[in-house]
Design a binder for this molecule. Structure first.
Ligand code: HEC
Length: 442
């Protein structure tokens, strides 16, 4: 009883400033026209509009109004916008972070509580324009890609099982370039059946054998393009080939001769990289294994772990966890053997296999990992009926390629540093943190 009172009191305290912030309108509550329409424009319409993947359109008050209670519930539970990354755990400075701010959530919730009013139509913002299915998402910022590389045609049937298409094509590169950004684009027709499309560079070794050079791009449903962090050169090697691994899962539409395209934006040749800061970044590169071979029993749970270390310092630029339907959470930690300290870098404990994000750390906040430190990847699986996404809790589930098998790995993009570069990056951060403490910078 007592405990409940304390919790009630705490949440009442927490609510006061939130409501005060949301209620700065003449009517005493937020309106669609003034506040909510802008939140929906900024965070939801990219998917919730005709022809996009959201099941309903949110482009006007008339369209949004009937869904208001469900919207309130989904945003309060942080299920929408879909972005599986924990608050308050690990690095919170992320680029293209889709999570709503606490203020925006409170605004939506109090708008719905007030009866979802329109307010004054004169307050409505101008409608937005969006890229359509089949258009490059990064084009709005960077213009069209400099270089397109296509997979070879494949007939996607209307119905059937998972299928893989793994062609190798010429990259068309006659000289080595630095990649500024890369994006993978499924065709508009096969938008719904292209689950994954991974690509990697191959180069010839001395004996003429084609060997993997590094990742080019990793696409999974719901993912945007990836930009190389400033000052790093992601190399696209001359005289290379591109190997594809495309996973189709038929969605009812037959698409003959389907092709997936990778678009690459390069740095201009004149953009000379400062010798000292031009560290090589491997391409979306390391697939960290979250714990080898395993079998999850029917109605059982399992935790697996994988570890990895580098013999030189690295900077981790992004983290993309990958699990399937029994997967419920993943974390990435670093263990420093020198001090015994263990630190969580990132965690997603609301995993949803329908969504795949590469969580890209903001400049200056990418984890710096000293030589010999151990990166620990932990995955949690729930094969019980409590897991709402579990298709069949009576099955034994092992690691494998099919959608109904499990996976447990993460992609991390890494910039390789030398000792000097590592010390320099550390010193810059210490200086910044001190400035923040002394109040020079907020
Ligand atoms: C990246 C695309 C994307 C974004 C951004 C997005 N949604 Fe969604 N939304 C979806 C998809 C796809 C579904 C259906 C699958 C699901 O429920 O996960 C969905 C489902 C929903 C549902 C539930 C419908 C139902 O019948 O259960 C609501 C409500 C919703 N979204 C609201 C929002 C709101 C509000 C925002 C912005 C604050 C938002 N969504 C942002 C793609 C998106």
């Amino acid at each position: 009883m007592r405990k409940n009172n304390v919790i009630g009191l705490l949440s009442a305290i927490a609510l006061v400033p939130a409501l005060a912030g949301a209620a700065e309108t003449t009517e005493g509550h937020p309106t669609y026209a003034k506040e909510v329409s802008r939140i929906i424009q900024d965070n939801c319409q990219i998917c919730h509009q005709p022809g996009q993947i959201g099941p309903m359109s949110f482009t006007s008050y008339e369209e949004v109004r009937p869904w208001a209670p469900l919207i309130s519930q989904r945003v309060e539970q942080r299920e929408m916008p879909p972005y599986q990354y924990d608050n308050d755990v690990g690095v919170q400075h992320l680029k293209n972070d889709w999570r709503l701010s606490e203020d925006d959530i409170n605004t939506i919730v109090s708008w719905v509580k007030a009866g979802s009013p329109l307010g004054n139509p004169e307050d409505l913002p101008e409608p937005r324009e969006y890229p359509q299915v089949g258009e490059w998402r990064l084009a709005a910022e960077l213009g069209p890609p400099d270089h397109l590389i296509k997979s070879t045609p494949w007939d996607v049937p209307a119905a059937g099982q998972d299928m893989w298409w793994e062609p190798e094509v010429d990259s068309g590169l006659t000289e080595t370039r630095c990649i500024k950004a890369v994006e993978t684009l499924p065709s508009a027709a096969a938008h719904g059946s292209t689950h994954h499309a991974n690509s990697h560079f191959l180069v010839q070794d001395e004996s003429g054998e084609w060997v993997t050079y590094g990742r080019l791009s990793e696409y999974a449903y719901g993912k945007l393009g990836e930009k190389t962090p400033e000052g790093a050169c992601r190399t696209a090697p001359a005289n290379s080939k591109v190997g594809w691994s495309i996973h189709y899962y038929p969605d009812g539409n037959a698409v003959p001769d389907d092709e997936v395209t990778v678009g690459i934006w390069y740095y201009d040749e004149e953009d000379k990289f400062d010798e000292k800061t031009a560290y090589r970044q491997d391409l979306s590169l390391y697939m960290l294994d979250g714990g080898g071979d395993y079998l999850i029993p029917p109605h059982g749970k399992l935790m697996t772990q994988g570890m990895h270390s580098f013999d030189h310092p690295v900077r981790i630029d992004s983290w993309q966890p990958h699990l399937h339907l029994r997967g419920v959470a993943m974390s990435m930690e670093v263990f420093y053997p020198a001090t015994g300290r263990r630190e969580t870098l990132s965690q997603a404990s609301n995993w949803n296999a329908g969504w795949n994000h590469s969580h890209t750390y903001e400049e200056g906040y990418q984890p710096l990992v000293p030589a010999g430190a151990i990166i620990i990847l932990t995955a949690w699986f729930d094969n019980t009926a409590d897991n709402p996404r579990n298709p069949d809790p009576d099955q034994w589930v092992g690691a494998g390629q099919r959608t109904t098998d499990e996976m447990s790995h993460a992609w991390i993009a890494v910039t390789h540093l030398d000792n000097e570069g590592y010390e320099e990056a550390l010193a810059q951060r210490e200086e910044r943190d001190q400035r923040m403490v002394s109040g020079v910078e907020q």
